[in-house]
Design a binder for this molecule. Structure first.
Ligand code: HH2
Length: 286
């Protein structure tokens, strides 16, 4: 399975890629305010890459529950100095985490190779921007908007509904001129989901993977982990690793995380076990 992001192609057949999170925001739930200054953000980006993140996901708008949209001009003021500084390093693959087509267009022009859109082309201008740019695209599922999404999320069968919705958004993207091999899909943990929905979505991630496109999972430090274990945001690393390992076993190929070293070690073991399962199956059928 291949994911094409401008001139970079990721071969994800038997290997998981780690996407490191870099929020250049004052208010993100985990790292808000720490990397708001470009120099701190650039240094952190380089650290995440050294730790083994093959993709760096830069966000300038927190989408935590209750958050409000950030105007495009402000997102760009936060993002562009960082993207411009990092774009010169050809070994880095930059992703921009935005719902806004104008932000995506400018970020890609400055060097980003992926548009990570938590609204899955909710901005009517976004599909055209992505189609023209050749960028990779993450389509993420969200029920409602960040302002209201955690108030009363409701599903009959969350995995079936999320998979059907993402399949539909992928067809919309393809019809708009975005090649299928540029699309990756994400269940959107915590985006309009109660704890049981997030758990069920991870448990049945294979249903989404069956669509044949790379699956992205982002559980890193999220509140459902804290609620299950009764732990604050800075003590949820192991909980996120448990989700990462199980998600990879169910077919995830890209893990979005704040904790790159620990996540890379976890997914490499999950990859090795998946390889052992393939070898074992070949031997038994020989
Ligand atoms: N989660 C967040 C933001 N963007 N993108 C994808 N594809 N998948 C996710 O699960 C996802 C995402 C929220 O996490 P974070 O960026 O750490 O926080 P904040 O929104 O407060 O900046």
């Amino acid at each position: 399975m291949r994911w094409q992001c401008r001139d970079r192609g990721f071969d994800l057949e038997s290997r998981t890629v780690v996407m490191g999170i870099l929020n250049v925001t004052p208010d993100s739930f985990s790292d808000g305010g720490r990397y708001a200054e470009p120099a701190a953000a650039i240094e952190h980006a380089q650290r995440l890459a050294t730790e083994g993140a093959e993709i760096l996901d830069l966000g300038a708008e927190s989408t935590r529950p209750g958050s409000l949209p950030v105007p495009a001009a402000e997102q760009l003021r936060r993002l562009l100095p960082v993207i411009t500084a990092l774009a010169g390093d050809a070994s880095l693959c930059l992703s921009v985490d935005t719902r806004d087509a104008e932000v995506a267009r400018e970020a890609v022009a400055a060097g980003a190779a992926i548009v990570n859109d938590v609204s899955a082309l909710g901005d009517p201008r976004m599909a055209e921007v992505v189609a023209k740019s050749g960028a990779g695209l993450v389509l993420m599922h969200m029920q409602g908007t960040p302002e209201t999404m955690q108030k009363n999320p409701s599903y009959r069968d969350a995995p079936a509904e999320v998979t059907a919705w993402l399949a539909d958004r992928m067809e919309h993207a393809v019809a708009a001129g975005i090649e299928r091999e540029r699309v990756a899909l994400d269940i959107g943990i915590g985006f309009g989901k109660a704890i049981e929905h997030s758990l069920e979505l991870v448990a049945r991630l294979d249903e989404l993977a069956a669509l044949g496109r790379p699956v992205v999972v982002g559980a890193s430090r999220k509140s459902f982990l804290g609620r299950i274990l009764d732990l604050p945001v800075d003590q949820r690393v192991e909980a996120g690793l448990a989700v990462a390992a199980i998600a990879v076993d169910r077919g995830a190929r890209i893990v979005r995380t704040h904790d790159v070293t620990a996540t890379l070690r976890t997914v490499r073991i999950a990859d090795a076990i998946a390889e052992a399962r393939r070898v074992s199956a070949r031997r038994r059928s020989a």
